[in-house]
Design a protein around this ligand. Structure first.
Ligand SMILES: O=C(O)CO[C@@H](C(=O)O)[C@@H](OCCCCCc1ccc2ccccc2c1)C(=O)NCCCCCc1ccc2ccccc2c1
Ligand SMILES: [Mg+2]
Ligand SMILES: [Mg+2]
Length: 328
């Protein structure tokens, strides 16, 4: 089921130690099912909001399933009892972490169903709900498994940055895919930022607004870079090699994607994805913090190089240079 549902995370989840693999795999499937409810615009709001809030109880109900979602997620929702059976077989201490994060994420998603992301503060709060909480839950699973120290049971701030770095990268990269979504696009770019560059968010698709679109894109990439030093600090505390790779690989993909997006009109005209060869090089040899710093340095250096050419035209270029320097 996991392989059919997730292209990216399935690979890293399966490389985890046996003690953690099933719990993390189920953590993924439970939250992906919750997210499928959140994302499905065909589900009426008065059905969706209560369901998001009660989902943490449904994960114990062997009969629960639902017809919703798109693509591979339809199977996940239709065959959800398989997930529940497996969920009820893992250790109660893992079930408890998963249920608690599911409750907090469901409440957070419900809060944002009827309100747009306006301020950067709300942007950070939404990303906390859908991704920061994943990092927090994973840290608790690492501590419970005793593969990492007890300090991970209570590392909400650094773990939150791990999630925000990944989620903001996705939100920035997926501009065109999200804005063209039928029937109604759900956009998470904070209006406090894009509102200073255009009157409507879809204006960035028009070539005559290229300069404004790049100014906004660069400001959001610069904001996302804020989390990178904290992600590095979190990963420096990891002691288990497989857990380290599980955490580090998505982070390297994210900094690489941000470097690709910076000042790149391709974000508004097509899909911006790192070339497989580009990532494979970094993923294969990712073993130590030195390897991780080398990968971050390379991509932060690429952003610095472009930002230094923009200091006279882009008002955030100097901040981008400072943020990239903090990472190198
Ligand atoms: O629908 C889609 O395909 C994309 O949905 C995005 C959205 O709707 O915003 C959005 O959905 C978010 C809500 C469901 C979260 C599901 C999830 C993802 C990765 C996991 C990894 C391990 C364990 C559990 C996990 C749970 C999404 O998938 N965004 C991708 C970034 C989320 C990263 C979560 C995360 C946070 C901290 C981490 C720390 C270490 C390793 C992996 C980490 C993974
Ligand atoms: Mg989603
Ligand atoms: Mg979602």
């Amino acid at each position: 089921m996991l392989n059919r549902v997730s292209r990216s995370f399935a690979v890293v989840i399966q490389s985890l130690p046996t003690e953690l693999r099933d719990a993390v795999c189920l953590f993924y499937l439970v939250l992906r099912a919750l997210d499928t409810v959140e994302d499905d615009m065909a589900v009426a709001v008065d059905v969706k909001v209560p369901l998001l809030r009660v989902f943490h109880e449904k994960i114990y109900d062997r009969s629960w399933k639902m017809s919703c979602g798109y693509g591979p997620y339809v199977d996940l929702m239709q065959q959800y009892p398989l997930v529940t059976d497996a969920f009820l077989r893992i250790k109660p201490m893992y079930q408890k972490v998963i249920a608690d994060i599911t409750r907090r994420m469901g409440e957070g998603m419900a809060e944002f169903i009827e309100k747009e992301v306006l301020t950067v503060k709300e942007y950070d709060l939404y990303c906390h709900y859908v991704a920061g909480l994943v990092g927090i839950g994973l840290s608790q699973l690492f501590a419970s498994s005793q593969l990492e120290s007890e300090e991970f049971a209570n590392m909400e701030d650094l773990a939150n940055h791990m999630g925000l770095f990944l989620q903001k990268t996705n939100i920035i990269r997926d501009y065109l895919e999200d804005i063209n979504e039928e029937p109604a696009p759900r956009m998470f770019w904070p209006k406090e930022v894009w509102g200073r560059y255009a009157r409507r968010l879809d204006a960035f698709k028009a070539p005559e607004n290229a300069a404004a679109s790049l100014g906004c894109l660069n400001e959001l990439v610069t904001d996302a870079l804020r989390h990178a030093p904290h992600s590095l600090a979190y990963m420096a505390k990891l002691r288990n090699h497989d857990v380290f790779r599980f955490c580090a690989i998505p982070q390297v993909m994210a900094i690489g994607t941000l470097a690709l997006c910076y000042n790149n009109r391709g974000v508004f005209t097509g899909v911006v994805k790192m070339r497989r060869g580009e990532t494979a090089k970094y993923v294969q040899q990712l073993c130590t913090m030195a390897d991780l710093h080398q990968a971050f340095d390379r991509f932060a250096g690429s952003i610095s190089a472009r930002a230094s050419e923009l200091v006279n035209t882009d008002k955030n270029a100097k901040l981008a240079l400072r943020r990239a320097a903090e990472i190198q």
